[in-house]
Design a protein around this ligand. Structure first.
Ligand code: AMP
Length: 370
């Protein structure tokens, strides 16, 4: 028996339950935003000790557990994701019971760097030059074509620089290929970038899109360290970046959030690196600095509500608290203007995102390019 399933074009009203696949900090912050609008969240995650479980109803089960998935789908009114590496079968089972937003195509495209880069290029959106690499011989050919330096990445399941190696003049290709563990990979030309930027766009059930301002991201050891909002780039370039995000979301017919990461080359060219059809670390600043934040936009989008205004009311610098940095919580709380967000993770580990802090400044311009 189907319970409370709203037709696709009807709003899912406050009081309903949003199902979230994945129980990390993104799921946690989604649940907090949902609660503010009167929704409940039910989080599905295989790890019992998940930060989102502190603020939502929980199902602890494997993504392959068909019975648990079916029970979960029956108990919620819509399903969304806080990460994209979900098996196709999981999404298929959920879709039999309940609307799943964003759609499978968006997840599938973002799961594989080869599919993703082909997709961007098919929309005439520029990326670094790239080649698929399926074996050691293919790596030799691809390196000869693209030249060194270049970057070899596993096509799937890479994040925060994992499954990725820079190939310099002296890098041994046997070793580089061994690092891929025999999995399909992509070789990308190395981008000598001026800065890295990203854009988060929300797209509603009615096809309307709302873009947050473009931000600059600085990484440390391949992990996002600082996000600067707005990115100190010309308006023309910011407009281009937002246009890329909007076009991508429309092409995917995505309902929910899409984050697009890009390089700005030393030559001023915009090159897309990757996308994520979910809330994004580089969008955390919006909680404190925008009229509507990325998590509320996600709730609005997947529930078929009108999107909120994404306008930035303040400039912001968001700093991630990685590993032991979280132990600074007391002095951070004492800092005037520092907004502290902790994710409630029980164990501090090196490289683990434990929280973030956002510092606001008065808004620097009148950019209303949404
Ligand atoms: P990714 O996992 O693709 O997001 O890559 C992680 C980080 O590695 C990026 O944020 C960049 O700082 C760097 N990176 C990735 N690909 C390239 C590239 N083709 N050229 C230069 N730097 C890159």
């Amino acid at each position: 028996m189907k319970k409370k399933m709203a037709p696709d074009d009807k709003a899912i009203a406050p009081g309903s339950t949003i199902g979230v696949i994945g129980g990390g900090q993104l799921g946690r912050m989604t649940a907090l935003a949902a609660a503010r609008l009167g929704y409940r969240c039910h989080v599905y995650c295989p790890e019992a000790d998940s930060p989102a479980f502190h603020v939502a109803q929980a199902t602890v089960a494997a993504y392959e557990d068909e019975a648990a998935l079916a029970r979960f789908a029956e108990a919620v009114d819509v399903v969304t994701f806080e990460f994209e590496n979900i098996p196709a079968e999981t999404v298929r089972i959920l879709s039999q019971h309940v609307p799943v937003r964003p759609n499978w195509r968006a997840l599938e495209t973002a799961q594989d760097r080869l599919v993703e880069k082909s997709f961007f290029n098919s929309l005439d959106i520029a990326t670094a030059p790239w080649r698929p690499v399926l074996d050691r011989a293919g790596l030799g050919r691809a390196v000869a074509e693209l030249g060194r330096p270049c970057v070899l990445k596993t096509a799937r399941f890479g994040y925060d620089g994992k499954g990725q190696v820079k190939i310099e003049e002296t890098t041994d290709l046997d070793q580089a290929w061994a690092g891929m563990g025999g999995q399909p990979a992509i070789l990308e030309g190395f981008v000598d970038f001026e800065r890295e930027v990203s854009v988060v766009v929300a797209r509603g059930l009615d096809g309307n899109a709302a873009c947050f301002d473009v931000v600059e991201n600085r990484h440390r050891h391949h992990i996002l360290d600082v996000t600067i909002a707005p990115a100190p780039i010309p308006h023309r370039l910011a407009g281009q970046a937002q246009d890329v995000a909007r076009r991508t979301a429309h092409a995917l017919e995505l309902v929910g959030l899409l984050a697009v990461e890009m390089f700005i080359g030393k030559d001023g060219r915009l090159l897309v690196n990757e996308m994520a059809p979910r809330p994004h670390n580089s969008g955390h600043w919006t909680i404190d600095a925008c009229l509507t934040d990325q998590f509320e936009q996600l709730v609005r989008a997947v529930c078929g509500l009108p999107l909120g205004c994404p306008e930035r009311h303040s400039d912001a610098v968001m700093t991630n608290l990685i590993g032991e940095e979280v132990n600074q919580w007391l002095p951070l709380l004492a800092q005037k203007g520092a907004r502290l967000h902790l994710y409630g993770k029980s164990e501090v580990r090196a490289g683990r995102k434990m929280g973030h802090v956002t510092r606001l400044r008065p808004r620097s311009d009148n950019m209303t390019n949404h």
